[in-house]
Design a protein around this ligand. Structure first.
Ligand SMILES: Nc1ncnc2c1ncn2[C@@H]1O[C@H](COP(=O)(O)OP(=O)(O)O)[C@@H](O)[C@H]1O
Ligand SMILES: [Mg+2]
Length: 333
């Protein structure tokens, strides 16, 4: 465990609304080793962004611990947190709305250098040279240094977002749907760039996406979220080879191309999505689950390790670590 870089324990984030508390993140835990990527996947609204923001304390968690190299960042005072901000960065989905339209590429990338005093005593020319270096790192031509974000395409804008995050030499980056608003061909370029940067700099990533195909390419481990909770977590290959939770299966069935002659069908989820406002103590997926039985209403299913490093939270599957496949459950019906 000595290589654990980030450990999140029992993290909760509830938002108070007129209709009650939204359980956006409800008791999530995981750890990531240095230089690795945890992929976080799930439908829109399941709490991915809230989780990402709590982990870097852009949002204050309601409960829980976030241990960053052993230090609980939720307990740090403002000054200590500001120091740590250099180590942890975020890249957002929409580079258009996260970049100030009135600032040039030079302004945008130099801002974190100046704000965090990364280059004390540096002249304008030094800072500009550093910006050019960062632009080169992310594949932006130097001639674009005085352009504005709206003059550039989505891929280039996202490269600016990445350069800005890299400016402070972070150790850890939360990538929140960084390619979701880009064309498929450009997605691959940006994913490759993020991968190369990770390898070269030993970066640790949380990679958030609603697209399992993207997360597979990118992640060492994948955590599947459903309504604020982890329903399954496993090494990437294992999750794709042996998905256990009915929700994971449904997600996978939507992205995998059927084998020639195979009978792979897209699994349709039934029912309506339950409200995340003060949800009852039962499996949150029950109403949409094709395997839901009486037992599924008896409390929140715990996350159980059913194979090495493969965790699943499903009343039907994880009984005393004896894994039943859903095919077996089908047979028992
Ligand atoms: N500031 C907020 N106030 C109230 N509810 C919020 C707030 N931010 C997010 N939520 C709710 O929390 C849940 C999770 O949202 P979010 O983390 O954005 O999901 P995702 O990133 O997976 O789409 C949603 O039900 C959303 O409506
Ligand atoms: Mg989001």
């Amino acid at each position: 465990m000595s290589n654990t870089f980030l450990e999140v324990r029992n993290l909760k984030k509830y938002f108070k609304t007129a209709r009650g508390y939204v359980h956006a993140v409800d008791d999530v835990q995981f750890s990531i080793e240095k230089g690795k990527t945890l992929g976080v996947v799930g439908e829109s609204g399941c709490g991915k962004s809230t989780l990402g923001r709590c982990v870097i304390r852009l949002l204050e968690p309601t409960e829980g611990e976030v241990l960053f190299e052993g230090v609980d960042i939720c307990k740090l005072n403002k000054r200590k947190m500001k120091e740590l901000r250099k180590d942890i960065q975020i890249v957002f989905q929409d580079p258009y709305s996260s970049l100030n339209p009135r600032k040039t590429v030079l302004d945008i990338i130099s801002e974190p250098l100046i704000f965090n005093k990364i280059m004390p005593g540096a002249s304008r020319a030094d800072i500009e040279n550093r910006v050019v270096e960062l632009m080169e790192t992310v594949g932006l031509a130097e001639r674009l240094i005085n352009t504005y974000p709206h003059e550039l395409d989505g891929g280039r804008r996202q490269r600016i977002g990445i350069a800005r995050a890299l400016a402070v030499n972070p150790k850890f980056i939360v990538c929140d749907e960084p390619v979701s608003s880009l064309d498929v061909s450009i997605q691959a370029q940006i994913l490759n760039l993020l991968k190369t940067l990770q390898r070269e700099r030993g970066l640790t990533y949380i990679f958030i996406t609603h697209d399992l195909a993207v997360v597979n390419y990118f992640s060492d481990e994948i955590m599947v979220m459903y309504m604020g909770q982890t329903v399954e977590k496993a090494p990437s290959d294992e999750l794709f080879r042996n998905p256990l939770h009915p929700y994971t299966k449904a997600l996978l069935s939507a992205v995998l191309v059927p084998k020639v002659g195979g009978n792979k069908e897209r699994i349709q989820l039934r029912g309506e999505i339950t409200s995340p406002i003060e949800p009852p103590d039962e499996c949150r997926f029950a109403k949409r689950c094709n395997y839901c039985g009486d037992g599924c209403k008896k409390g929140t299913p715990p996350l159980v390790e059913v194979a090495p490093n493969h965790f699943v939270a499903c009343h039907c599957i994880a009984k005393d670590k004896n894994t039943l496949t859903l095919q077996e459950l089908d047979l028992m019906k």
